[in-house]
Write a protein that binds this ligand. Structure first.
Ligand code: SF4
Ligand code: SF4
Ligand code: SF4
Ligand code: FES
Length: 948
């Protein structure tokens, strides 16, 4: 294995359709109009020396190293900033050019501290490379670099250093921060020899606006900005292409290695989801993989009050299997089940649901998508016929109006947010429906045209009101609707939304959104050109989550914003493989490809290959499993990679259900909260230790490649295989590619997927089959998957969770950029520097009424329970609304969330909880007890709630 070097073409590719032919050093080359001479030269294999140019950002033309001669033109233009022209004749290697380039390099080197042999970038430095490329052999002006500013090294960022003495002021970092990331945190301060890169107002990186995406570090041609891991370990010697295991954007990375150690993760330019960019989590927060808390030995205990006992894999698997068999013999086939993980690979997820259906012999399998995007599956399948987003991420580059509902892309899906921001800076319009002033409402060079700060729980009313304006003002795309949708259903829907009770004035009373904002936003979405909708958990995690998804789908159909680039309905998926875990048949009513277990032909296909009869009745969902456990009829659970105690609602009920079971098997990286209730702990493997695939939010299937041997000895799919074999249902795969072959054989939308194809193409978006052998970037192009698009009546029904005198505020929740989900991974990295604790955002008015000051401890109480955390006073939230994140187990925000859930899918109503906030002296008694008991449980395995 060797290092993968991606070609740097110097300037971005031109998207022009028209072609131009020129000659470079006598060789003819045809390129799109607008291409730079530098890039055209690369096409004929000529690398013109360069320093300030890189293909991540637009050309700047400051270093003057890339000079060329153009026949018929005076002077020596910079090839990076000069576009090609028809018939142009370019020379790149004349004696004059060689002399000029040497002169430029001489000046740079005379200003540079020449400590190359001990520099962390030695061997990986473009300044060194260019000195070699131009044949520099002497420097007439000395080598001391004394004129350059040397204010000392900025070590404040946990992941990279800034050493100004090595800066060549090429401005690549500044442009990367602006153009790629869109944060505008850097400037060049000072002039001439005093020029220096400056984060924000000459602050250290850590306290500046920098969000640690690392784009500037990647862009820097010298060691001025460099990863601390490279400084500590040395330069990498081989690399492997893999996929980020954090969010649903699915960024592709080169894991750059030295032996078995990851030196750095570099975003892969050919990654079609991220196009060479990343966020702080994917690029830097991989240290959890080797954190001391990793559990690497299997453990068992008979009762959850017993201490853990380390055992061999054989004993642990044998014990778990015999317990599941004993339970089924005693309590019946349906008394056990399994939970798949949206963090594991498609292949691993597929095997867990196969184990449940074929080895357990029931359909009691569910996944964490239950608590996030199950309404997306239901809503989009009902209206369009398929349970997934309609576009690829590239599509946003063609959008004219972007409507974001209940999502916070800059924190939750940062790399896609950067791509979206770029389009917004180019002039696309922005509408945001969110109770909170998310960053995109106003961020450098972007301001939302409309922000509709709706009251939590009123999504259906507001989206239906947008439809009211569109229908009553004649803004429907009738031609599209007549051709593509069921016309009768449309007419019923149009009559429904046109009712005055859905007018902006009426809905203002319900939602608190001024009528003119609803009207303006609706007009802009319907008439502003290509309208694209992106939504998140602020849509789905409601008692009417599925209804809102269908209301959104209606809106897109009514305006014809579906079935081409730049438009569509796009759920921003939370976890890395939440799309995949749903696709793989993780739900109790559906096998892979979203086919109902009651379909005889589908079951017959599985039965023929699996050699076991499948149950035609849907199994239990997670909440039903827990209810049944509390009632005493559900006794055993195999949980792969999910911390349901922390991530699911109503913590006390969850704890009681887990404590009532006789065999809970947890397969995870760490002793997560749920493991406090486990009888068997099976160590899990990280994405760095396994092969497989993830499917991102755009249905893109990408390879996850093993970069190091599993620290526990097994990849997760192998552990499931061992368990299945011990249960008496044989599984014998040699490699995850064989599991994918089985998925393809059984799943029509995956029929054309294979590891060979993924290796060849890099990735494919399902459906991938005979009709679409290379996948489907945009869905519903010539018609909806279900045939005619279905308009669904979306009656607004207020949630049962009501505010009142005891609980007058509404709590809503979300996530922050540096942390991920329940924080099990990110809390075990240096990312904690940005988010040490969950805080409660509260409006100054509400805080003042309660005598709460910024940073004070406050008690957060609901009908379900109470917890304590610190207050953060901010106008980001409207009066009457409070907000917090859920990344830290000691906060246990789900202690206060209720049992209410989406009517169609049971997705919990996390986004609306009536609460009261009051001053407090510090963590509540139970939190202190919890902390102490967890400490004990981890040490001597004492559980928090003993089984009755
Ligand atoms: S790390 Fe990212 S946000 Fe920070 S300065 Fe560099 S490019 Fe800008
Ligand atoms: S820090 Fe690096 S990228 Fe930025 S101006 Fe200096 S040398 Fe160029
Ligand atoms: S945006 Fe998501 S997928 Fe990309 S690097 Fe960040 S966490 Fe990973
Ligand atoms: S690379 Fe063209 S001017 Fe610097």
């Amino acid at each position: 294995m060797s290092l993968i070097h991606e070609i740097d073409y110097g300037t971005p590719a031109s998207k022009a359709k028209k072609k131009v032919t020129l000659t470079v050093d006598g060789v003819a080359v045809t390129v799109p109009e607008g291409t730079s001479i530098m890039r055209a030269a690369m096409d004929v294999g000529t690398q013109i020396p360069k320093l300030c140019a890189t293909d991540m950002v637009e050309a700047f033309g400051s270093c003057r190293l890339c000079l060329v001669e153009v026949q018929g033109r005076a002077g020596t233009p910079a090839s990076c900033t000069t576009p090609v022209a028809e018939g142009m004749v370019v020379h790149t290697q004349t004696e004059r050019l060689k002399r000029l380039r040497k002169g430029v390099m001489e000046l740079y080197i005379s200003e540079h501290p020449l400590d190359c042999l001990t520099c962390s970038a030695n061997g990986d430095c473009e300044l060194q490379d260019m000195a070699g490329a131009v044949g520099l052999r002497e420097v007439r002006y000395g080598y001391d670099g004394t004129k350059h500013p040397n204010p000392g090294i900025d070590n404040s960022n946990p992941y990279f250093t800034y050493e100004p003495s090595k800066c060549i002021v090429c401005s690549r970092c500044v442009r990367a921060c602006e153009e790629v990331q869109g944060t505008f945190a850097l400037t060049i301060a000072g002039r001439g020899f005093d020029s220096v890169v400056s984060p924000s107002m000459a602050e250290p990186f850590l306290s500046s606006e920098c969000v640690s995406c690392g784009a500037c570090v990647q862009a820097c041609p010298t060691a001025t900005l460099n990863e601390k891991s490279v400084i500590e370990i040395g330069t990498p010697e081989h690399s492997v292409i893999t996929t980020c295991a954090y969010c649903g954007v699915g960024c592709a990375f080169k894991a750059e290695m030295r032996g078995q150690e990851v030196v750095r993760m570099l975003p892969y330019k050919d990654g079609k989801a991220n196009r060479g960019h990343s966020c702080v989590k994917g690029r830097f927060a991989f240290g959890y993989a080797t954190h001391k808390d990793r559990m690497l030995k299997p453990m068992i205990r008979e009762r959850i009050t017993d201490p853990w006992r380390e055992v061999s894999w054989e004993e642990a698997i044998g014990y778990a299997a015999s317990e599941f068999k004993r339970i089924q013999a005693k309590y019946g086939r349906g008394s056990v089940g399994g939970i798949t993980s949206s963090r594991c690979t498609n292949e691993e997820t597929f095997l867990v649901q196969k184990l449940v259906r074929a080895a357990f012999g029931n359909n009691n399998v569910d996944t964490c998508a239950r608590v996030c995007h199950s309404p997306t599956g239901y809503g989009l399948k009902t209206t369009y016929g398929t349970s997934a987003g309609t576009q690829d991420f590239d599509s946003v580059e063609q959008s004219d109006v972007i409507l974001i509902i209940g999502a916070n892309p800059t924190d939750g899906h940062p790399v896609f947010a950067s791509r979206m921001k770029k389009r917004l800076r180019e002039g696309a319009k922005l509408i945001i429906l969110d109770p909170r002033r998310i960053d995109l409402v106003r961020t450098p060079h972007i301001e939302a045209d409309y922000h509709l700060p709706l009251k939590p729980g009123t999504n259906v009313a507001v989206v239906t009101s947008l439809a009211h304006v569109i229908v009553t003002e004649g803004l429907v795309n009738e031609a599209f609707v007549r051709e593509r949708c069921d016309w009768d259903e449309f007419q019923d829907w149009a009559a429904f939304v046109a009712d005055p009770r859905h007018s902006p004035q009426a809905v203002e009373k319900i939602s608190g959104v001024p009528a003119e904002l609803i009207r303006g936003a609706a007009r802009l979405y319907a008439t502003g050109g290509n309208g694209a909708i992106y939504y998140g958990l602020g849509v789905t995690e409601h008692s009417q989550g599925s209804t809102t998804v269908m209301a959104i789908a209606n809106l897109a159909m009514a305006t014809g914003n579906i079935g081409r680039e730049g438009v569509g309905v796009n759920p921003l998926r939370g976890q890395n493989n939440v799309q995949g875990s749903c696709d793989m048949g993780s739900f109790p009513h559906e096998v892979s490809g979203y086919r109902h277990v009651s379909e005889d032909a589908t079951r017959a296909m599985f039965e023929a290959l699996w050699g076991r009869p499948l149950d035609a009745e849907p199994g239990l969902r997670i909440p039903n499993m827990i209810d049944a456990a509390v009632d005493g009829s559900f006794k055993g659970l195999y949980i792969q990679g999910e911390d349901i105690l922390q991530s699911d609602p109503n913590t006390q009920h969850m704890a009681a259900g887990l404590a009532a079971m006789e065999c809970v098997v947890v397969q995870d990286l760490f002793l997560v909260e749920t493991a406090n209730y486990a009888h068997v702990f099976l160590p899990g493997s990280t994405f760095l230790e396994k092969n497989g695939t993830f499917t991102n939010a755009e249905r893109r299937i990408q390879m996850v490649r093993k970069v190091m041997a599993p620290l526990n000895g097994y990849e997760d799919w192998q552990v499931t295989e061992l368990l299945s074999n011990a249960l008496g249902y044989p599984m014998h795969y040699n490699h995850p590619s064989e599991i994918m072959d089985e998925i393809a054989e059984l799943t029509p939308t995956f029929a054309g997927v294979s590891y060979k194809k993924l290796d060849e193409l890099g990735s494919v978006q399902w459906p991938c089959n005979e009709k679409a052998p290379e996948g489907t970037p945009v869905m519903h192009v010539n018609g909806f998957v279900r045939g005619k698009g279905k308009f669904v009546i979306t009656e607004y029904v207020a949630t049962d969770e009501k505010t009142g005198p005891r609980f007058p505020l509404l709590l809503t929740t979300g996530r922050i950029l540096s942390q991920y989900n329940v924080g099990a991974q990110t809390r075990r990295t240096a990312n904690v520097i940005w988010h040490e604790e969950d805080r409660l955002e509260i409006h100054p008015h509400d805080a003042e009424q309660r005598g709460v000051r910024d940073g004070d401890w406050v008690k957060l109480a609901s009908r379900a329970g109470e917890t304590t955390l610190r207050a953060l006073i901010t106008e980001r939230v409207a009066p009457g609304v409070v907000y917090t994140t859920f990344h830290h187990p000691d906060t246990q925000v789900n202690v206060v969330t209720t049992e209410f859930s989406d009517w169609a899918t049971n997705c919990p109503e996390y986004k609306v909880t009536a609460v009261q906030v009051m001053p407090s002296n510090g963590p509540s008694e139970w939190q202190e007890e919890y902390e102490e008991l967890t400490r004990q449980s981890r040490r001597i395995a004492k559980p928090l709630i003993a089984a009755e």
